[in-house]
Design a protein around this ligand. Structure first.
Ligand code: ADP
Ligand code: MG
Length: 570
């Protein structure tokens, strides 16, 4: 039988690190929290290769005394706690004294610091838990920490890391969470030397929300505020029309700390009941403050989960405050009106792309097969299709009748046209006279630039303009029915979901389907007779006219026999 032994410190550290440090973003979280605790006003983060190669955090906080540097890497060594009672009056982000020990246990770390008021600083290294000698360092006042080769000594952990762009995405989320909670701190995030986020100190909470999530979110926010005893709730909730497909834009903070709390997010979501379709999520930024002794933040190694003394009361407070606001606003369900003007013409904002006007032919040049690989189209045969509910085409067939979903069909047609032309190397690309600048959240910009080659293959040429802005200079001519910007944005969304699509083939299919969906006529678009005829012509030429690229049917058959049976003719 195996004997019981006391584990060596090196193993203990690795076990502890497993709880706290899961990926580069967890390192960033701990380091940023330390900088915030040190009252930094400016924090700069540099990453290389998604943080797997290098993570560097530089702050202008109060620094660490040279004599304390080596202790910083000892486990359960902290300047933020003195006795057990302090655990119930935590006012700092950190208090467990475990983070640096954990990071030093699984990376090669250099910690350099000059304490405020001193003219000399010191540095020390810690690689896989091994401390190096203390040396003098004369950098700027504040703290500078570099962690290289994360998980170099725990290869199994390293294997769990995802692509660099995914890891960068997690880091960006993390920096955004911190930056929303600390509006007076200037945050900078760079990846491989390229700017991802720049959040100046002057940017308050709303500016930060705009910076991270765009003005579409910012313009739809309503303030909320409520008090109950010593508990204070404040923040912003968004109009139901700003709903999302996931809960990512539900931000919850407790005493300045971003937390995960299923119950409180449920309260938020509940308050929107009846205003959102199932599967849609509200957007909200909720900040709760309460005396430190009413909550236990020491229940989770990364402190992202907390235990409230009275969670019921809190649930009701959140739900009531949000509900109250929404009912005050007297929101009536809003209908999406079809765009004004002639159906099938490009949206008004497309006018700025002057060059496109020339290649618009009736009714949509986009559905006309063209290019050297195809024979000219025969003139459309008269067909007896009619449009109903501005959404479906009903057409007589030799054996009965068909009801066609106009959007699904057009989507299918565009999808096949794009796929065929890309396969044949015949994709016509329309260049924009003036490249269009597109502001993206930093992680998305990085992801787009990384996928530059793939996007070029789809007819979308992008280049870096710096600071999260990319320049879009071309789009597939086939899709000129809608604005290139809309096409591009849908593709960016598609790119961000790439993790679910393991193979390149699947990714391409997904992006093509996304573009086709965006550019196709929508349910609710009235069509002219000519447009209907063109759609029907192209239906006959499609390889699979029965399913849209997402696999939904494009049409339903009703047989003549079925009709006759129903009318009791036979
Ligand atoms: P904790 O934050 O829980 O105290 P850490 O392991 O994260 O534990 O850090 C250990 C100690 O090192 C902190 O208590 C703090 O005194 C010091 N420290 C770490 N990072 C910084 C920093 N950026 N500026 C000043 N002091 C720091
Ligand atoms: Mg800490």
């Amino acid at each position: 039988m195996a004997r019981i032994i006391q584990l060596p410190v090196s193993v203990i550290t690795k076990i502890a690190a497993g709880e706290v440090i899961e990926r580069p973003a967890s390192v960033i979280k701990e380091l940023l929290e330390n900088s915030v605790d040190a009252l930094a006003t400016r924090i700069e983060v540099d990453l290389e290769q998604g943080g797997t190669e290098l993570i560097r955090v530089v702050d202008d906080g109060h620094g660490i005394e040279p004599a304390d540097l080596s202790l910083a890497f000892a486990s359960h060594a902290t300047s933020k706690l003195r006795d057990a009672d302090d655990l119930f009056r935590i006012g700092t982000m950190g208090f467990r004294g475990e983070a640096l020990a954990s990071i030093g246990g699984v990376a090669r770390v250099t910690l350099q610091s000059r304490a405020a008021g001193r003219d000399d600083g010191a540095e020390i290294t810690c690689a896989g838990g091994e401390l190096g000698p203390l040396r003098p360092w004369n950098g700027a006042s504040g703290t500078r920490l570099e962690a290289r080769h994360l998980f170099f000594n725990t290869p199994v952990r390293k294997k769990f890391l995802k692509t660099h762009s995914t890891e960068l995405g997690h880091v960006t989320d993390m920096v955004q969470r911190l930056a929303l909670a600390h509006p007076h701190v200037h945050f900078v995030l760079r990846h491989n030397g390229r700017g991802v986020l720049e959040v100046p100190e002057s940017a308050g909470l709303l500016d930060r929300i705009t910076l991270f999530f765009g003005s579409e979110v910012r313009d739809k926010l309503y303030p909320i505020e409520a008090d109950q005893g010593q508990v204070h709730l404040a923040g912003w909730i968004a109009d139901p029309s700003c709903d999302r497909g996931n809960a990512k834009l539900q931000y919850l903070y407790l005493n300045g700390r971003w937390i995960r709390d299923r119950s409180l997010l449920h309260a938020l979501q509940e308050a929107y009941r009846g205003l959102l379709m199932t599967g849609r999520y509200a957007v909200g930024f909720l900040f709760i403050t309460m005396p430190a002794d009413q909550v236990d933040v020491n229940v989770h190694p990364t402190k992202t989960e907390v235990r409230f003394r009275d969670s019921q009361a809190l649930y009701h407070l959140v739900r009531a405050a949000v509900k109250h606001k929404l009912s005050d606003l007297n929101l009536v369900p809003r209908l999406q009106l079809p765009p004004e003007g002639v159906p099938g013409t490009p949206s008004p904002d497309a006018d700025m792309f002057a060059s496109r006007a020339d290649d618009i032919q009736a009714p949509w040049d986009v559905v006309m097969p063209s290019g050297p690989t195809r024979a000219p189209m025969p003139p459309p045969k008269p067909q007896r299709a009619i449009q109903i509910h501005d959404s479906y085409l009903v057409v007589e067939t030799p054996t009965g009748m068909l009801v066609i979903d106009q959007h699904a069909l057009h989507e299918r047609i565009l999808f096949e046209q794009l796929r065929r032309r890309i396969r044949d190397g015949q994709l016509e690309v329309q260049r924009l006279l003036i490249p269009e600048p597109v502001d993206l959240p930093g992680d998305q910009a990085a992801c787009v630039l990384e996928a530059g080659e793939e996007l070029r293959g789809l007819g979308l040429e992008v280049e870096d303009f710096g600071g999260g802005t990319v320049l879009l200079s071309s789009y597939p001519a086939l899709l000129s029915r809608v604005s290139p910007l809309d096409i591009f944005k849908s593709v960016v969304d598609g790119l961000m979901n790439r993790e679910r699509l393991p193979s390149k083939e699947q990714m391409l299919h997904h992006l093509l389907a996304t573009m086709a969906c965006k550019a196709a006529v929508k349910a609710g678009d009235p069509l002219t007779g000519e447009e209907i005829t063109y759609l029907m012509e192209l239906r006959d030429m499609a390889e699979d006219s029965h399913h849209c690229p997402h696999g939904r049917p494009t049409s339903l058959q009703f047989s003549k026999t079925e009709l006759e049976k129903q009318f009791r003719r036979i």
